[in-house]
Design a protein around this ligand. Sequence first.
Ligand code: 6PG
Length: 262
Amino acid sequence: MSTTTESPALHIQPDAAALAHAAAELLLERANAAIADHGHVSIALTGGSTPRVLYARLADPELRGRTDWARWRVFFGDERAVGPEHADSNYRMAREALLAHVPIPATQVHRLAGEAALYPGTLEDYTAALARDVAPNPALRGGFPGFDLLLLGMGADGHVASLFPGSPALEETTAWVVVNPIAQMGTRRLTLTLPVLNAAREVWLIVTGANKAERVQQAFAAGEDDQTLPVMRVRPRAGKLVWWLDAEAARLLPKRHTHPQS
Ligand code: 6PG
């Protein structure tokens, strides 16, 4: 799979813990580079089990002193149709693993109000925050907010954020954030749309576990026009795509990907 600008970068780590450690180090480097370049870093967090380990690592006393958290602008790529205290809330997970432990000004943490899935009228606030705090990617037209770093997980069905196979939000070309009905789950979720994902300057796909190996193999084998899985449609238009895999998720990849030097 490739993006329009450059081939994806691939980091393979033995397991989720090692991945989280390595990814945290590089994430801080990227964040500090963005801060040095334009005074802040805009980042979209994702839900998921591996990202949670990454967030906890960022909050570790050994690392958390390595960045100026006052320069961070935090958003969420998606959220379940629940409030911030619900066990399923991505916001709650990120708050417990990271946000409660680092001094990011509260006005710079933008919760995607999961309860809005029931009352879509409140999406305007989130869209306004994106317009205010996430500048468009200077290399692109269209004015979509271009995150410095946008984190994604991937489900075993190839979904990213809350863009599930066959869900209507996959076809959204203008709105930045939508309520997306997920028929296969009998629920609705809030999600950033593909134009926003693909306007990011750097997108990280953080995927671990043997149950993801087949979709990872499928994604890497996909041609430019193959849109079978939502993950295949993540192609930053003027940015970098980075895969973070553990050995289990990478086990079906051909050697040319896992041992490029060989
Ligand atoms: C969510 C995430 C979702 C997640 C994948 C992978 O709301 O749960 O946004 O896209 O990243 O389902 O989750 P795991 O890493 O836990 O398998």
